[in-house]
Write a protein that binds this ligand. Sequence first.
Ligand code: PLP
Length: 400
Amino acid sequence: MTGTFLPYGRQSIDDDDIAAVAAVLKSDALTNGPAVDAFERALVEVTGAGDVVACSSGTTALHLAVLGLGLQPGDQVIVPTLTFLATANCARYVGAEVVFADVDPDTGLMTPRHLEDAIARARPGAAKVAIPVHLNGQCCDMEGLKAVADRHGISLIEDACHAVGSTYPGPSNARVTVGSSRASVAACLSFHPVKTIAMGEGGAVTTNDPKMAAAMRRLRSHGMERTPAQPVYPEYAQDADGSANPWFYEMTDVGWNFRATDIQCALGLSQLKKLNRFIARRQEVVARYDAALRPFAPLIRPIARVGGDPAWHLYVALIDFAALGKSRAVVMRALSAAGIGTQVHYFPVHLQPYYQERYGKQDLPGANAYYARCLSLPLFPAMTDADVDRVVAALAQIVK
Ligand SMILES: *Cc1c(COP(=O)(O)O)cnc(C)c1O
């Protein structure tokens, strides 16, 4: 093994991040304090969304979004099968059922055609929401998906956990920033350490719908509201003279504790200041991989590109393991022995025992073809050009 182990993804934490967290630790508010508001305002700036609700993870962001839309048991949610578990699980949290959509075999993205096909398999009228996933940081065709969704009266929630900072072409090729929710009702972000911005655990929902934002803010904190504009029982809320009772809070819906702490938000805020630098370095690393892997085609090739300006979360190579005569596990172990971490994103969710038992066996050939070939190579901002060359040289050894 040469040099240090290169994981497939890693956070970049500097002294200023540590100082930002330490400042919160020395302050009065470890949670429910000013860092949460400041982080939400910064995300409004970065995404162009009308409002942002910070929360404890990408998973709780998805949960809040489906709650905010009022999904009910019996409703159906369309989810691409090539994603992390949480995209599908959020439907089950509210008792809704999942309809798995297939994806493009070369990008892993759900296209308008795949959405149409999933709607055709849904119970008539039951599909209320679809959750396109901006896999690897590359964006789905949101305009195309919205055209299909509108025709069927379906709302879109973007799973943008891979894609903070990505942009995609909108109408007349104007750049649309992920999270501005031009074509969706909400976008969900994750700030898990392997994602582009690290909070330890953390997430956020962006939306342009003030009522949905207010509902998600209530539900993120037990369903309670301290100063409701119109309390249900004014005699509890107010003193005899009509002034608000200082201890009062009102709960009209059962909620959760999905809050992000000030400790997490201070880290997120500090990291957000570096988002553009992180994205630029990720794009340089991707360009270097693309060029270095070109001679290996068609045995190894990068995922297909759909345009836009992705803030790459993962670098996925599609490898024809059958033609290579080595299994993916053999390749992963050989790379690991050379000090190189890799991962598979993802095993299709419809094949998980829980979902296969619930919905039966299904054939989603695009997802199967993507899954059979995908391997995520190391990608993080602190990687050097020499690190990239080392990964490609190790692959060359295995392939030759
Ligand atoms: C990471 C991830 C999530 C969940 O985010 P957490 O912050 O880990 O809860 C959801 N969807 C996708 C596509 C993800 O990659």
